[in-house]
Design a protein around this ligand. Structure first.
Ligand code: HEM
Length: 277
């Protein structure tokens, strides 16, 4: 007679929300490293040249940076690039749960500074594009100008909801604001990721900065931001019941994070470090 052995069944409970959480944490860690690297570049390159009065140095990287005699225009550029450091260094800090929980006063003050700075930097950028000109074509200029509108609208909403103590809405508008303020950073790492993958410029002319790839990138980063689409998907997946939707969102975020990692590596090695190293 054969003996029947029954094994206790082992149930490993699969929770896709944990996977989503891990994807978002990984995205945030990679984003923080990349934004702080950009911030370090801004402080070292623009901070040092401004402090030493060597404003002409800006023209090594900005074709329309310093114009002799145009003190007002130069001041707009100076304020734009120096305040930009507050956004890229302060943005990730503002989203850290640890800081929010343990230093609520700091969070409130940095939040006020961030919102006001975002509006000033974006408005200054708008003035720069349409008065001094910038590299790229009209579609790129219109796209980044549309981003200014998002920044002002979202800054106002984040502020309004915080004042009204609607914290769930405040969190959502603050994250949307972070995404659009990060547009110029997404553009840079998107471009560098493309250059790394293609082994050099493709789909645009590196001298004029014009071409279908850059137009598409500007539209998808600034005018119709893919980053906002992904953020809304994350909000949706956080509440979703279907495991497949939550897991698909998590995998998408992992995939985007891997591409961002390539772009950040390219931006540090090929753009920011050579300018300050
Ligand atoms: C709000 C987030 C923004 C940040 C953090 C930011 C940051 C910067 C930085 C660091 C530079 C120097 C570029 C470099 O050294 O690589 C720059 C240049 C510039 N930014 Fe912004 N910016 C922001 C938004 C905008 C917006 C919304 C506009 C336009 C509407 C804009 C227009 C420009 C222009 C025209 C230049 C000069 C580019 C050239 O000479 O071709 N920026 N920005």
């Amino acid at each position: 007679m054969t003996e029947q052995i029954s094994y206790p069944s082992v149930h490993v409970k699969y929770d896709p929300q944990k996977l989503l959480n891990l994807a978002v944490r990984t995205w945030f860690a990679v984003t923080t490293i990349g934004q702080w690297a950009f911030g370090a570049y801004i402080v070292v390159f623009y901070g040092a040249s401004t402090a030493s009065g060597d404003l002409a140095k800006w023209n090594q990287v900005l074709p329309h940076g310093y114009v002799k005699g145009d003190w007002a225009g130069n001041l707009v550029v100076e304020v734009h690039v120096l305040l930009a450091a507050i956004l890229v260094l302060g943005g990730p800090l503002q989203l850290l749960p640890f800081v929010r929980r343990n230093a609520p006063l700091f969070h409130r003050w940095l939040g006020r500074v961030y919102v006001v700075t975002a509006v000033i930097v974006a408005t200054g950028g708008l003035v720069m594009v349409w008065t001094r000109g910038a590299v790229g074509d009209r579609a790129q200029h219109v796209s980044i100008s549309i981003q200014t509108i998002y920044i002002i609208l979202f800054a106002w909403q984040a502020w309004r909801c915080a004042r009204a103590r609607q914290f769930d809405q405040h969190r959502k508008w603050a994250l949307r604001l972070f995404m659009v303020v990060s547009g110029v950073w997404f553009f840079r790492i998107g471009l560098m990721c493309w250059l790394v993958i293609n082994g050099g410029p493709a789909g645009f002319d590196p001298r004029t900065f014009i071409g279908p790839f850059l137009t598409a990138l500007a539209v998808l980063v600034y005018a119709l931001p893919v980053s906002l689409g992904l953020l809304e998907l994350y909000f949706y997946a956080q509440k979703a019941k279907k495991h497949s939707i939550i897991a698909a969102a998590a995998l998408l975020i992992f995939g985007v994070t891997a591409l961002m990692g390539v772009g950040i590596f390219g931006a540090i090695a090929g753009m920011w470090w050579p300018r300050i190293g």
